[in-house]
Design a protein around this ligand. Structure first.
Ligand SMILES: C[S@@+](CC[C@H](N)C(=O)[O-])C[C@H]1O[C@@H](n2cnc3c(N)ncnc32)[C@H](O)[C@@H]1O
Length: 285
């Protein structure tokens, strides 16, 4: 790993990101900090990171601070990322949840929250999966709320427009042909899928979205760069948005072990976590 020579400005910018989003820059990303911020410097006619920091300090709540934070976020995503989890959803988890909801006499609607949705590929993958299997559950509806702190990412997600490279990552040709139409050099996902998803800008730690309970929370590849304290805080927040019997899906490199007593690894559905009732002992603390 290359040695990172941290200037005072780099520390301040990394601190800004952490205080606004909880994300801690790894050594590798610290090294790329200047590269990530170059478009912001250029767009604002700023000659250096020092000049950027001075401008942000003059207006901490302003657009420049938000642009710098946006540029430092890792928005890496793709359609049907970690494909096996979508198989588990289609064949096991969604049918089981529908049975449980039916037995509880609830309205035939599945409620899903994609927390940290980036540019929308995860939420659109879910919408496609649901519609591809709709003949198995004709009278069910899917409601997806998808949130991200990055205004740019949410704007792109809402537009439903994807580049050629985006659609080549994880998307089956059948899904591309069925659900997308070419627009110039890009592809736009069908309005009927866009309408299934409510994309919102939201900071997870402000604990605002979505109102009510979810049957599944996707929070994948978001926790990777949080400190242990922030992870535990986030699990507490997520737990407030779901009831016992709901599920939490994390990224491949993420786990709840040691960070939460509200979720346990599911024995039925590999790679998922189940929301459990707090034990009396925990509740009394
Ligand atoms: C690496 S992407 C993962 C996207 C998608 N979940 C996936 O697995 O493909 C992580 C996303 O989390 C978002 N994020 C980071 N900190 C956040 C916070 N405090 N509140 C909301 N979103 C956050 C980032 O903006 C980024 O779009």
């Amino acid at each position: 790993m290359q040695d990172v020579h941290l200037t005072a400005s780099m520390r301040i910018l990394a601190g800004l990101l952490e205080s606004r989003t909880g994300q801690v820059l790894s050594e590798n990303r610290l090294w790329r900090l200047e590269t990530s911020l170059r478009p912001v410097l250029r767009a604002n006619g700023l000659p250096s990171l020092d000049a950027l920091v001075a401008a942000i300090q003059a207006d901490p709540g302003g657009a420049l601070a938000r642009a710098a934070v946006n540029a430092l976020l890792n928005n890496e995503t793709s359609f049907f990322r970690d494909g096996h989890i979508f198989d588990v959803l289609a064949h096991d988890l969604l049918p089981a949840l529908m049975r449980a909801i039916g037995e509880a006499g609830r309205e035939r609607t599945l409620r899903i929250w994609c927390a940290g949705c980036s540019t929308g590929q995860e939420a659109y993958s879910l919408a496609m999966l649901f519609r591809n299997h709709q003949d198995q559950w004709p009278d069910w509806r899917l409601r997806i709320v998808a949130t991200d702190i990055s205004t740019l990412a949410v704007e792109r997600a809402r537009s439903g427009l994807f580049s050629q490279i985006d659609v080549q990552r994880g998307l089956a040709i059948n899904d591309l042909l069925r659900w997308f139409e070419p627009v110039g050099e890009q592809w736009r996902i069908h309005a009927s899928l866009r309408e299934m998803i409510d994309f919102r800008v939201d900071n997870l730690f402000e604990d605002k979205a979505p109102a009510g309970f979810c049957d599944i929370i996707f929070c994948r590849n978001v926790l990777l760069y949080f400190s242990p304290g922030r992870k535990a805080e986030l699990f507490r927040i997520l737990a407030r948005h779901c009831e016992a019997g709901s599920y939490l899906l994390l990224g491949a490199g993420e786990a709840v072990i040691g960070q939460s007593t509200d979720f346990v690894a599911s024995r039925r559905f590999r790679g998922t976590y189940e929301r459990i009732e707090p034990k009396l002992f925990d509740a009394a603390i």
